[in-house]
Design a binder for this molecule. Structure first.
Ligand code: GDP
Ligand code: MG
Length: 357
């Protein structure tokens, strides 16, 4: 999964990016603030830690998430807006948009548009994304209007797409995100290749004053979207400490979990991703898949041979394994299940695939 950090300039994106990357162990160099930067961050998972203790494999492999730091948007001038548009292709290639909103005072860092107004900044970026989708939709409609007149094998498909695009255009003109115009999985599939921005899940980050972070980490939502509150500056300070010293500092600041962990969890929720595990002497590993994935598709995530030669999956839930303490006890309690290709994998399933190629 890739998460793009997007926001007005000076909202703290690069500070958050560096903190998240650092705490994730990949160490980034931010020498060019005008460029995009990508960090691969290991997804912490207590369940995998426990499995690692149980199986003591040679390797523990965590799922990974990519964060992309997109240089700040200045939508206050025409030149800035033109420049912002060159950023959208990178955002389109991401699975979730993390909108970083400035909510901190810092006299040495003048705020964007000379205001601290997270709701206003959000509104502005949202309209820009609507506008960018609208341009794409309008361009596609022009092409389809010509195409539908030709009696080609694609004609009926083109007619359906044109009808959908016109409905989408209407929604955008009413300043509604495309999520409100798409009404079925089929329609979502028809337009997937366009990677429209207002169809992407969004997680909001309110980058707040250090002294307010402790008591307000609990927010769940802001302006109708899932949100978290954090201080990028404090996260950076925590990330710079040796891991063994972080706990004490966090306790003193009244912070119960790294913002990185909360942010990653929110990104998983927003994109509907779940994790299953494979275990053994060689490695214990977490795999991310979309919620609703069947067993044979999940197997393909590991290797195409496993899905091709799929026989069945032997599954125990992490919770059952943990409750019974080990495989043997869980097995005698009848907690292992054999499932077929069509089984819908659940979050926390520990799976052994049987296959034959
Ligand atoms: N006080 C305070 N300053 C911050 C915080 N986050 C970022 N800054 C400062 O704001 C400035 C801009 O941050 P930066 O991460 O480069 O913003 P970007 O333009 O969104 O990438 C830097 O001087 C940061 O040190 C924060 O949470 N609190
Ligand atoms: Mg930056």
């Amino acid at each position: 999964m890739r998460a793009a950090l997007v926001g007005s300039s000076q909202s703290g994106k690069s500070t958050l990016f560096a903190a998240v990357a650092e705490a994730g162990g990949s160490g980034v160099h931010m020498d060019r603030p005008d460029q995009e930067h990508l960090a691969v961050v290991k997804v912490p998972d207590e369940r995998l830690d426990w499995l690692d203790e149980l199986y003591k494999p040679k390797k523990k492999v965590l799922a990974e998430i990519e964060f992309l730091d997109v240089p700040g948007l200045d939508l206050s001038t025409d030149a800035g807006r033109r420049h912002a548009r060159t950023r959208w292709p990178a955002v389109r290639q991401s699975d979730v948009i993390v909108l970083v909103l400035r909510d901190f005072q810092n006299d040495s860092v003048p705020p964007y548009r000379n205001r601290i107004d997270p709701a206003g900044d959000l509104e502005e970026i949202r309209s820009e994304m609507l506008f960018s989708d609208l341009e794409q939709v309008a361009g596609r409609i022009e092409k389809l209007k010509v195409a539908v007149r030709k009696p080609t094998p694609e004609q009926s498909k083109n007619i359906r797409e044109l009808e959908l695009m016109e409905r989408m255009q209407e929604a955008l003109e009413e300043e509604k995100p495309l999520t409100e115009a798409i009404s079925s999985a089929d329609e979502a599939k028809m337009v997937r290749a366009f990677a429209f921005q207002t169809l992407k899940p969004v997680v909001l980050v309110l980058n707040s004053d250090e002294d307010t972070v402790a008591e307000t980490t609990g927010i769940e939502e802001f302006a109708g979207s899932p949100a978290i509150r954090l201080s990028a500056k404090i996260e950076g300070e925590i990330a710079a400490l040796p891991p063994a010293d972080r706990g004490e500092f966090m306790e003193a600041m009244g912070i119960s979990a790294l913002a990185r962990d909360r942010l990653i969890r929110r990104c998983y929720e927003a994109t509907n991703l779940i994790t299953f595990f494979t275990v053994g002497d060689d490695e214990c590993r977490g795999w991310s898949i979309p919620s609703g994935t069947d067993a044979v598709t999940a197997a393909g995530k590991i290797h195409s041979d496993i899905s091709r030669g799929f026989i069945r999956a032997e599954i125990i839930s992490y919770d059952d394994l943990k409750t019974f303490g080990d495989e043997k006890k869980a097995r005698s309690a009848g907690k292992f299940r054999l499932e077929g290709k069509n089984y819908t994998v659940r979050d926390g399933d520990v799976i052994e695939f049987r296959f034959n190629v």
